[in-house]
Ligand binder design. Structure first.
Ligand code: HDE
Length: 714
């Protein structure tokens, strides 16, 4: 196995300095780092030791290069082939290892081995992703997030390849290429990158009424999560659990984040993408490396055919949910992510998720989207990973015994021994079938004519879209309207804007008229022709709101404290202690990254200089300055933005008296509210930290007077 000097936690500044001492200068001034006793020697991939990795072989120091140089050729050849095709969708992703722990035996419902024993821990790999953007796009694009989980169970890998939204755009897999073509960059101009705010996307959507429920979700703050740790996950489709007696129970899967739900606002998302395009992956990396392991509970909605027959909508329709208030979720285990991959490419890039990876006890329903996916995922791996042996890669291989007669092919690494490579054989060699243990598909009865058809039970496209909208808090409703306005403002063809507003009229009239007004419509279009009129009787479902599902605690969040020379050290330390006790983190922002000198002369290091640590990177901010430093600080545009942004993004702001001039210059002083809190002593600090659990002061939003970008719709 090739070993690379690991840049692990043990690599301190000191060891780097020691390595530097080993550098030796060559005649051309280049630096060599020769192996000393006990150190690994650089070799070619064939194992031949390399003497000089700085200079290619040539005739004389100034002459032409030579074909003899196998080391040079091998190195460049390998480099030339470093890339594999990125995923057609979900190209940008980030993964982590962990485990799933089963709470209780579900043996009466499913024979899936992973659910048989309480306390059982199953290794897991999870990959989160955005959908539309290329591999190098920014983390906070407005987009659905993939939430793909591979469980290495004792009876085979189970891939639950889900999203952070429980419904999808389309009802039939045959439309997937159209949807994705429309969402990605337009083919003639190759932009916009990682954005749905363009004509082609909304053209397709406005001609695809089945997508209207999904439109409400993607225009909500669900598509701009604050952290991958604060998102729900969903299996989307109806699956089946099958028990040892062959009885089937329908199941919908949900992942519930332990730290509650949280998103950012759009104006913040846009700025985060500039300040830190790796915002989500950095957050996951930091939380796992610091030992604060992200956690979710697996929750299921279980139901039988009788429930399915009586439910308002078809449970095979992936554009519909079953509200939790109608069918409560049952929490059956927890997922903990506690280890980052050793190598991004080997694991996160090469992991191959496939919906068809199911162990005995888990089966499919007839959801036409799911059935289509079962073809696509195997097919796509062949293209991306280059051959049929991608299951030999450690990240994809099962961790239970596996034996079969599949052989040869590109990059075969696991070749069976023995004479027999077929079954039945009379050599007595090789693995055999296991009728009782083996996977048995649920013996569903099916009959009917061969047709290309959509069931009539899929035809209601607006009722659940409306239910989603009316289940949101006022702030969330404002955000949906603002998102629709922004996206449609980027659409150049007026007929598309009109078609969308015509659909919105079938969802919520106020929403439709607000968007139309903001877009400058002179008159309202007629409502879109609906196959089924929108139902007005569906109840509000609080489970659909992010704000309702918020954490009520500041745990796992981040406070940014702007400090200056002369900062009150006692107050600062009290604050840091209180925040850390809440299991949240703190970063210090200062005029210079080197740090500041506190009121008692103590030197304090900073994490960011103001330009590098804007308030969009934090969940709340505090201004701890001093009378002597504040005059310089108010002159810094970035310091004023630090405060103004936090205020307009409805964040809590703590400050000491010395910071008042900065609040004034930022245009905030005249608007102080329950979220702007003066800190003076321990008691006020404790109260402030408690308030932080509310995360945002949404009541402030309608009256913010700092600019228009994220301002409310009315
Ligand atoms: Fe996917 N999807 N998808 N998808 N999908 C892929 O597989 C596809 C759908 C989802 O982190 C691809 O390995 C079709 C729904 C995730 O590696 C591809 C249809 C849901 C990931 C593919 C869908 C998803 C993918 C591209 C319509 C939520 C990333 C690369 C029927 C339940 C997995 C790859 C990872 C990836 C096809 C719809 C989730 C092309 C045909 C619905 C999380 O096979």
């Amino acid at each position: 196995m090739a070993k690379r000097p690991s840049k692990s936690a043990s690599m301190t500044d000191d060891t780097i300095a020691i390595h530097d001492q080993q550098l030796q200068r060559g005649p051309g001034g280049e630096l060599h780092q020769f192996a000393e006793k006990g150190q690994d020697v650089l070799t070619t991939s064939q194992g031949a030791p390399v003497a000089d990795d700085q200079n290619s072989l040539r005739i004389g120091p100034r002459g032409p290069l030579l074909m003899d140089d196998f080391h040079f050729r091998e190195k460049i050849f390998h480099f030339d082939h470093e890339r594999i095709p990125e995923r057609v969708v979900h190209a940008r992703g980030y993964g982590a290892h962990g485990f799933f722990e089963t709470y209780e035996s579900l043996s009466d419902i499913t024979r899936a081995d992973v659910f048989q024993r309480a306390g059982e821990k199953t290794p897991v790999f999870v990959r989160f992703s955005t959908v539309a953007g290329n591999k190098g796009s920014a983390d906070l694009a407005r987009d659905v997030r993939g939430f793909a989980v591979k469980m290495y169970t004792k009876e085979g890998n189970w891939d639950l390849v889900g999203n952070n939204i429980p419904v999808f755009f389309i009802q039939d897999a045959i439309k997937f290429p159209d949807l994705i073509h429309a969402a990605k960059q337009e083919p003639d101009r190759a932009f916009p990158q990682a954005q749905t705010a363009h004509d082609n996307f909304w053209d397709f959507i406005s001609l695809t009424p089945e997508s209207m429920h999904m439109v409400m979700w993607i225009m909500s703050d669900r598509t701009i999560p604050r952290s991958l740790r604060f998102m729900e996950g969903f299996g989307v489709h109806t699956f089946r659990f099958v028990n040892a007696q062959g009885r089937s129970t329908f199941v919908k899967f949900h992942w519930k984040p332990k730290l509650g739900l949280q998103s950012v606002v759009w104006n913040e998302a846009v700025k985060i993408n500039g300040a830190d395009p790796d915002f989500h992956r950095r957050d996951l990396w930091n939380s796992i490396q610091s030992g604060s392991f992200p956690e979710w509970e697996l929750a299921v909605q279980l139901f039988d055919q009788d429930f399915a027959d009586k439910f308002d909508f078809d449970v095979l329709d992936p554009t519909k949910i079953i509200p939790e208030e109608v069918l409560p979720v049952r929490r059956i285990g927890r997922l903990v992510l506690d280890r980052m991959p050793d190598n991004f490419f080997a694991e996160t890039e090469q992991v191959a998720f496939m919906t068809q990876n199911v162990p005995p006890g888990i089966d499919f329903s007839n959801d036409p989207l799911l059935q289509g996916r079962n073809f696509s995922y195997l097919d796509t791996q062949l293209k991306r990973l280059g051959g049929p042996n991608f299951t030999h890669l450690p990240i994809n291989a099962p961790k239970c015994p596996m034996h079969n007669f599949q052989q040869d092919g590109h990059m075969a690494m696991r070749n069976p021994v023995g004479r027999a490579n077929y079954r039945p054989n009379s050599h007595g060699d090789g693995p055999r079938e296991a009728p009782s243990r083996g996977y048995r598909h649920f013996t569903a009865e099916e009959q009917g004519q061969k047709v290309r058809a959509r069931p009539e039970s899929f035809a209601d496209h607006y009722s659940q879209a409306r239910q989603f909208f009316i289940s949101q808090t006022p702030a969330e409703q404002r955000h949906i309207a603002a998102a629709l306005t922004f996206e449609l403002s980027r659409v150049e063809i007026l007929a598309i804007r009109e078609r969308m507003v015509a659909h919105l009229l079938n969802i919520d009239e106020t929403l439709a008229t607000t968007v139309a007004q903001k877009l400058g419509f002179q008159s309202m279009p007629n409502p879109a022709d609906a196959a089924i009129p929108t139902r007005q009787d569906l109840d509000v479902s609080p489970a659909l709101s992010i704000v309702e599902g918020g954490p009520k605690r500041f745990e796992g969040r981040k406070l940014g404290i702007l400090v200056s020379d002369g900062v009150d050290l006692k107050l600062l330390n009290t604050l840091i202690k209180a925040v850390v006790a809440e299991k949240a983190s703190v970063e210090l922002i200062a005029p210079k990254v080197g740090g500041v000198t506190a009121d008692d002369g103590t030197f304090i290091e900073a994490n960011h200089m103001i330009d590098g640590g804007p308030s969009i990177l934090f969940d709340a901010i505090v201004l701890l300055t001093s009378h002597q430093a504040i005059d310089d600080l108010v002159k810094e545009a970035t310091a004023r933005d630090f405060v103004a942004d936090a205020f307009q993004h409805c964040k809590f702001i703590g400050f000491d008296q010395s910071a008042m001039p900065l609040l004034e210059k930022a245009g905030v002083a005249g608007q102080l509210d329950e979220g702007t809190i003066e800190l003076a002593a321990g008691k006020t600090v404790a109260a402030f930290v408690k308030e932080l659990g509310k995360l945002r002061v949404w009541g402030r939003e309608p009256s913010v007077k700092l600019g228009k970008a994220s301002s409310p719709i009315s």
